[in-house]
Design a protein around this ligand. Structure first.
Ligand SMILES: NC(=O)C1=CN([C@@H]2O[C@H](COP(=O)(O)OP(=O)(O)OC[C@H]3O[C@@H](n4cnc5c(N)ncnc54)[C@H](OP(=O)(O)O)[C@@H]3O)[C@@H](O)[C@H]2O)C=CC1
Ligand SMILES: CC(C)(CO)C(=O)C(=O)O
Length: 336
């Protein structure tokens, strides 16, 4: 079965290159025409400390694509999910399904549009950057999980797990994909905070004067997860329970472990930072953190630190403020 990868940037590109190199049929789709041209002619170069290789890949723009597919891995930024879905739907077979290899709760958006029974959940935490046409930095290995939205272990989830295990041998087939996605929401909120600054993820998280902000962000998301009835799962140092209960020692260990994890990656800064500092474009803040603020309101919860952080990211996106550690200073008094 051919796997259609919709959005062939950092995450989609790494997945596609690994699957194709292992002999699996893939079709890459991306809106960046010169990237598409590079992938299908000179190939997609995977660089960095994990592995280096070049893989020529069948690739097209959405307009060029023909045919229908049973399995589509969606790997666009969260705020492009709805538009990409509309474009890919004519190419999804009647019995086909979409796997979201993204950050955020995009599975909700996809399930709303095509049905939960046609949506598969996926969590990715390895680090990669799209450097230019046909060139991706694969910065580090990290946790990956896949599972059905209702937790059952299906044949198709097993099939996707087999494929993702080619990219990440420790990939998990889970009966709690929402737990991983919410865990990543917690960790992701910390990543947004690091992107308020010019610093690397590790350097930003290591500032003792900002520790309260990271703890409060993790706590606000984990409190929200509990209100949603989800049991978030930990990975690569993030410890949901420590943040939910505000266990000081647990959070200290979690922060130190996440700092150490990110010291080892060649992708020193988050994708959010890269959107702000390098790509000079909108981040996923509304599609990821903005919806958390809305959800909090629906539960009668207040999330002052998340709310202010969204405003500060908007300030950087819109050119009113520059990335600076001073922006995180502004979050600290809100942490009670
Ligand atoms: N990079 C990482 O290390 C990690 C990323 N993630 C998550 O994975 C998801 C993908 O991120 P990432 O791979 O970094 O993003 P990239 O920007 O590197 O790749 C996304 C690609 O999709 C293209 N695209 C946008 N809209 C469409 C569309 N409608 N149809 C087809 N292609 C489209 C983009 O083009 P253009 O650039 O022009 O918009 C881009 O080439 C995000 O949710 C991210 O948060 C999760 C873990 C780690
Ligand atoms: C930092 C990373 C790669 C997670 O490890 C990430 O999710 C991002 O850049 O958005």
């Amino acid at each position: 079965m051919t796997t259609l990868i919709w959005g062939a940037g950092a995450i989609g590109g790494v997945i596609g290159a690994y699957l194709a190199r292992a002999g699996h049929a893939v079709q890459m789709v991306d809106i960046v025409a010169d990237h598409v041209e590079a992938m299908r002619t000179t190939g997609l170069r995977i660089e960095g400390p994990v592995e280096e290789f070049t893989q020529v890949l069948p690739a097209s723009t959405p307009e060029e694509l023909a045919g229908t597919f049973d399995r589509i891995i969606l790997a666009v930024k969260a705020h492009h999910t709805s538009d990409a879905l509309e474009q890919l739907l004519p190419h999804l077979s009647e019995t086909g399904y979409v796997v979201s290899a993204q950050n955020g709760l995009n599975e909700r958006v996809i399930a709303e549009r095509i049905g939960a029974e046609r949506t598969l959940g996926c969590f990715v935490n390895f680090g990669a950057d799209w450097i230019g046409p046909g060139q991706i930095l694969y910065g580090n290995r990290a946790a990956v999980a896949v599972g059905e939205l209702d937790g059952r272990i299906s044949a198709r989830a097993q099939a996707v797990h087999t494929l993702l295990s080619i990219v990440e041998p420790k990939a998990v087939l889970t009966d709690n994909i929402w737990g991983y996605l919410w865990g990543k929401m917690g960790y992701g909120s910390l990543l947004f905070c690091t992107a308020l600054t010019p610093d690397s993820m590790s350097d930003a998280m290591a500032r003792p004067e900002h520790r309260a902000a990271y703890e409060a962000l993790g706590h606000e998301i984990m409190t929200l997860a509990a209100a949603e009835g989800v049991s978030p799962l930990g990975f690569n140092g993030f410890d949901p329970k420590a943040f939910r209960t505000r266990d000081a020692e647990g959070m200290r260990v979690a922060m130190e472990t996440m700092i150490a994890h990110n010291r080892k990656t060649a992708k020193t800064h988050s994708g959010i930072w890269r959107d702000l500092a390098v790509r000079k474009r909108k981040t996923e803040v509304d599609a990821q953190i903005g919806i958390m603020v809305g959800l909090a309101q629906s539960h009668g919860l207040t999330v002052p630190v998340l709310t202010r952080m969204v405003e500060l990211i908007h300030d950087i996106e819109d050119g009113r403020r520059a990335q600076s550690a001073a922006l995180v200073d502004e979050l600290v008094p809100l942490c009670v």
